[in-house]
Design a protein around this ligand. Structure first.
Ligand code: F6P
Length: 409
C-alpha cells in the first residue's frame, strides 16, 4: 500500500474491540504503511476531520499490550447512520475529501450490523463514482448476530463474563432460603438475538447447578407461562435464578420492558433502548407470589469486562483486524472479514473475506435446534459451539491494585 490507512470503531463497545485496532496497526506496520490514523468517534468524527495518529500510542510494545487490555472503544464510538446516497451526495463526498486530504487509501471499520451498513454504503459509492479508495469491515459485536461469520469478536468475552457472574450469583442466591426461595432475575443484553443470554447455559458445571430457565428473544414471551414456571420452580427449590434477554417480546410485538415503560428512547437506527425487563418481571413475581425477588441488570458491565476477557476472543479480534489489512493490500474492498471454524476438537478457526452486501443489516438468530423444547433452555449443540469461544485468559496489567488502561489524549 502506498498511501495511509484509517481505522474506526462504531456501535456498542466490547471488551476486545481495541484488540482489532491493534491488529490493524500491526499488519499495517508489517506491510510498511506510512501512517495509521484512528477515527475519533467513528465515521461521525471522521466527517469532522477528527483523527489521531496511532503511532503516538502504539509505536512501542507496551502501548499494544495495554490497548489489548483496555475495554470500550479506545478511539471513541458512534451510532451514526449514513444517509441514503440520493440527495445526500455531499456527505459521501466529504468522506472522500478527507480521505484524499490525508492520503488515505483504505478505511477499516470495526462494528456490528449497523456499522457494516456504513462499509457497504461507502464502498458502493466508491464503485459507482470510480473512486480508488477501499473499505473493509472488521466484525465486532457482543450480540454475535452478524451472518456468515461463525461468531463475532466481542461475544466470547461477554459470554465468559455472563457465565462467570451467573455462577457467582447462583452461589450467593443458594446461600439463603431454608424456608422460601429468593427469585433472582438476571437481564442480559442482545436486542433481537439471544446469543448473549444463551451464554447463561455455560454457567452449569461440576461446581454449579446452573440457571433454572433462560428466556431468549427468539421465543415469544408469555407472561402467564413464565409465572407458572416460576411458581413450579419455587415450589421445589430453595433458590431460583433466571436469565432473561433485554429483548424478549410478547406475541403482539411489544418488548416486555415496554410494559413497564412504553416510552422507550430510540437511536439513529430506530432501535429502542431496552432495559428494565428483569426489574419489571421481578416486581410481577413479588406481587403475585410474595416471594423475595432480586433483579440484576448486567448492562454495560457485560461488554466492558476486559479483566475477564477470553484470550481466544482477544486473539481472534486481533486477527480479524490484521487480516482486513492483508485483504485490502490484496486489493479487496466492500468486504468483511469472517471467522471460519474448521474444527471443534481441537477448536480451530481461520478467516476469509466476504461480500459486505450479504452481511450488512442482516441479523442472525440463535438456531431453533439449539433451543430446548420448552423454549427456556439451550441444549448441548449450543454448548459445543460456545465453550471454545470463552477459553483462555489474559492477565490485566495491575497498577495501584486496579487494571491499567490505555487512554487517548
Ligand atoms: O449492539 C450492542 C449492544 O450492546 C446491544 O446488545 C444493546 O442492546 C445495545 O448495544 C445497547 O446500546 P447502548 O449502549 O446505546 O445503550
Amino acid at each position: 500500500m502506498k498511501g495511509n490507512i484509517v481505522v474506526g470503531q462504531s456501535g456498542g463497545p466490547t471488551a476486545v474491540i481495541n484488540s482489532s485496532v491493534a491488529g490493524v496497526y500491526a499488519a499495517a506496520k508489517k506491510l510498511g504503511v506510512k501512517k495509521v490514523y484512528g477515527m475519533v468517534h467513528g465515521i461521525q468524527g471522521f466527517l469532522q476531520d477528527n483523527l489521531c495518529d496511532l503511532d503516538e500510542y502504539l509505536a512501542d510494545e507496551t502501548g499494544v499490550e495495554l490497548l489489548k487490555r483496555t475495554p470500550s472503544a479506545f478511539l471513541g464510538s458512534c451510532r451514526f447512520k449514513m444517509p441514503k446516497i440520493e440527495g445526500h451526495e455531499e456527505v459521501y463526498e466529504k468522506v472522500f475529501e478527507i480521505m484524499e486530504k490525508h492520503d488515505i487509501e483504505c478505511l477499516f471499520y470495526a462494528g456490528g450490523n449497523d456499522s457494516m451498513d456504513t462499509v457497504k454504503m461507502l464502498s458502493d459509492y466508491a464503485a459507482a463514482h470510480n473512486k480508488p479508495q477501499r473499505f473493509m469491515g472488521v466484525p465486532k459485536t457482543i450480540d454475535n448476530d452478524l451472518p456468515i461469520t461463525d461468531h463475532c469478536p466481542g461475544y466470547g468475552s461477554a459470554a465468559k463474563y455472563i457465565a462467570a457472574s451467573l455462577k457467582e450469583i447462583i452461589r450467593d442466591n443458594e446461600s439463603f432460603g431454608v424456608e422460601k426461595p429468593t427469585v433472582c432475575l438476571v437481564e442480559i443484553m442482545g436486542r433481537h438475538a439471544g446469543w448473549l443470554t444463551a451464554a447463561a447455559a455455560l454457567a452449569k458445571g461440576e461446581d454449579c447447578s446452573g440457571v433454572d430457565a433462560i428466556y431468549l428473544p427468539e421465543v415469544t414471551f408469555d407472561v402467564d407461562k413464565f409465572m407458572a414456571k416460576v411458581k413450579d420452580l419455587a415450589a421445589t427449590k430453595h433458590s431460583v435464578v433466571i436469565a432473561v434477554s433485554e429483548g424478549v417480546s410478547l406475541a403482539d410485538g411489544r418488548f416486555v420492558c415496554e410494559l413497564a415503560d412504553a416510552d422507550k428512547k430510540v437511536d439513529a437506527f430506530g432501535h429502542k433502548q431496552l432495559s428494565g425487563t428483569a426489574a419489571y418481571l421481578a416486581s410481577l413475581v413479588a406481587a403475585e407470589t410474595g416471594l423475595k425477588t432480586r433483579a440484576v441488570e448486567f448492562s454495560t458491565l457485560q461488554r466492558a469486562a476486559t479483566h475477564l476477557a477470553s484470550l481466544t476472543d482477544i486473539n481472534e479480534a486481533f486477527q480479524v483486524g490484521y487480516d482486513a489489512v492483508v485483504a485490502a493490500e490484496e486489493g479487496k474492498t466492500g468486504m468483511m472479514i469472517t471467522l471460519d471454524r474448521n474444527g471443534d476438537d481441537p477448536y480451530q478457526c481461520g478467516t476469509s473475506a466476504y461480500d459486505i452486501h450479504a452481511i450488512a443489516n442482516v441479523e442472525r438468530p440463535v438456531p431453533a435446534e439449539w433451543i430446548t423444547e420448552d423454549g427456556c433452555g439451550l441444549n448441548e449443540g449450543y454448548e459445543k459451539y460456545a465453550r471454545p469461544l470463552i477459553m483462555g485468559e489474559l492477565q490485566p496489567l495491575f497498577v495501584n491494585g486496579l487494571p491499567r488502561h490505555l487512554v487517548r489524549k
